[in-house]
Design a protein. Structure first.
Length: 291
């Protein structure tokens, strides 16, 4: 069996085509959707991620303000910036690029963001709504992007058994909640670093979502024939055959392609969906301002 591609690029293009129309409607009605992206320090990967988000804004004609701050920025300064953005009527989304330098308290800053502008979906109010099974909050972008990708491929999750490997606040845990929510109706097992027998647990699953950060951890013999495998991982691994000396690898071994019925590539799978969902959250926030 050769897996079909869970093509995040193609799916995100469809999402963007729809967003372009919604953004134009907002602009025609006097509201230009606007996201403020805050980045602190020089972490190269973070700058690449922010660059991709800003590019998406440009493609979609969505206004972005890029706030670049030095490594030594204080917590108080960041709190002041977030509070100003919270009260700015012309800003609909606030994103603080993670990770922040070690001396900063990321959680305190997330808590400070006005929930209706929390386009990352990490504020306790938005995560709490998710636990309550409500869809009126901001959903975290990566797991909601995975759900959209499954839907795009026509994959039915109802009644299926799913394993989410990883229980982080931004990916694994909300992913498990979304898969198990009414409407999606999967039966979910969450695996983490203390879970025993992960290969056996995965082998019984109809759907596997790997969000670990360990290159090519999920092996073909962990995967049931015909299972659906979503690879969230983004890992940089040494590769002397490449001119730059490294390549990107997911959390899933490439050979899983011979066992799964669907597999998302890295890059080009979940990554573009994360950006598309961020754009969608910002547009939703702006639409809420239309009279
Ligand atoms: P994270 O916060 O480091 O969480 C990793 C999770 O994996 C934790 O729950 C950890 O368990 C679990 N884990 C670690 N080692 C394990 C092992 N040997 N067996 C089973 N579970 C293990 O990472 P994250 O933010 O969720 O991100 C996960 C991956 O997704 C990373 O590669 C990241 O770069 C990628 N990512 C991609 C996107 C995208 O848009 N494509 C977005 C976000 C993240 P414990 O809780 O027990 O420590």
């Amino acid at each position: 069996m050769v897996a079909q591609c869970l093509d995040g690029r193609a799916c995100s293009q469809e999402v963007e085509a729809d967003l372009t129309k919604r953004i134009q409607t907002c602009i025609d009605r006097g509201v230009t959707p606007h996201i403020a992206v805050i980045i602190v320090g020089d972490d190269p990967a973070s700058h690449v991620y922010v660059g991709a988000k800003i590019k998406a804004c440009e493609r979609l004609n969505l206004k972005s303000t890029h706030i670049e701050l030095p490594e030594q920025t204080t917590q108080d300064k960041l709190k002041e910036i977030v509070q100003e953005l919270n009260t700015d009527e012309l800003v609909h989304g606030i994103l603080i690029q993670s990770p922040l330098p070690k001396h900063l308290d990321e959680e305190e800053l997330t808590d400070l963001i006005e929930p209706s502008k929390d386009v990352d979906g990490f504020h306790p109010t938005n995560l709490g709504r998710l636990v309550q099974g409500r869809s009126d909050g901001m959903l975290p972008c990566t797991p909601s992007g995975v759900m959209r990708l499954l839907d795009w491929a026509g994959i039915e999750t109802r009644g299926k058994s799913a394993v989410v490997i990883g229980r982080s606040q931004n990916v694994g845990m909300p992913q498990a909640l979304l898969l198990t929510a009414r409407g999606a109706d999967a039966t979910v097992t969450i695996a983490h670093s203390k879970t025993e027998n992960i290969p056996e647990i995965c082998k019984s699953a109809d759907i596997i979502v790997a969000a670990v950060g360990r290159p090519e951890m999920v092996k073909p013999d962990w995967v049931k024939q015909g299972a659906i495998v979503v690879d969230v991982g983004v890992n940089r691994v040494d590769d002397s055959s490449r001119e730059r000396g490294w390549r990107l690898a997911g959390d899933v071994a490439p050979e899983v392609n011979d066992v799964a019925s669907w597999l998302s590539p890295v890059p080009g799978g979940v990554g573009p969906m994360t950006v598309a969902m961020l754009m969608e959250n910002t547009v939703r926030s702006a639409e809420n301002k239309l009279i």
